[in-house]
Design a protein around this ligand. Sequence first.
Ligand code: NCD
Length: 320
Amino acid sequence: MNPESISNDPQLDASGKLIHLLGLKGLPKTELEHILDVANDLLDSKGNLKKSKALDDMSVANLFFEPSTRTRNTFEIAAKRTSANTINVDLANSATKKNETLMDTMQTLKAMQIDMFVIRHKESGLPHRIASNIDGVSIINAGDGTNAHPTQALLDMLTIRQHKGSFDDLSVAIIGDIRHSRVAHSDIQALSTLGVKDIRLVAPENLQFNGEAPEGVRCFDNLHEGINGVDVMMTLRLQKERMMSADIPNEQVYFETFGLTDKKLKLAKPDAIVMHPGPVNRGIELDSGVADGPQSVILQQVTNGIAVRMAVMVVLAGKA
Ligand code: NCD
């Protein structure tokens, strides 16, 4: 599937206002930068989160049909820090288990005066379908299948911007299981929209981008070449749950060929940063020396995730 090949059409209204966040394709650079600016204003000079009263008249529901630690929790914290009411719908015991359709469950929650729904689902395009079927609420895509994960890409962009200032002259390598990664798909969109001219996808052939890579994006099957001289290394988890068994690489071999170590980091620029959306598999995508080392910004990504999710909700509510 091409990155974000599913249409994000319902996300902008006729006047171009953002009413859902489904994916980054079709989102103008100005809108993307606006969200980053709002997120930045929600952080103090030390990078700590501020509080806001912006959503004190709103309710946000989290519907996570797939496991999640950081995304679900950071959405919940983000809703609370913007003063919204927040509920985590208990899907294991919900009426969908009694065969109620998802659309009926959504209508029921809407009748409980929920204004925004944060949805993660294994089916690519499900948040888009809900957004097209239910009026008067905002849908935020927290990851749909292998399609898109827009808030992860936005928090990645905020983190890059904090370290590198501008996107114009950057070289960025995305390393690992690109084929199954909604994060990679959204990151490629975001980096392209923000004007990064050197985007490299570094992966073994069977985990490389599926189909023709987007214009201007180069594919590498050799880590040394792929990270040579780059400013940013975005590593990805091997998503075994999405692979056919024949595609699952031997972890030791994978680490030796694509895993980041202190020695391999020296191929990138001396001030290059190392990112990972989490959850990290130490000794597979990167070793502990890199994950915990001075070039790692992985925990800063987590904090930025709250600021970005606060910003997305505030913008969708028309409060910024
Ligand atoms: C990612 C996801 O769920 O797509 N994780 C996340 O949101 N922090 C990446 C992954 O699971 O590997």
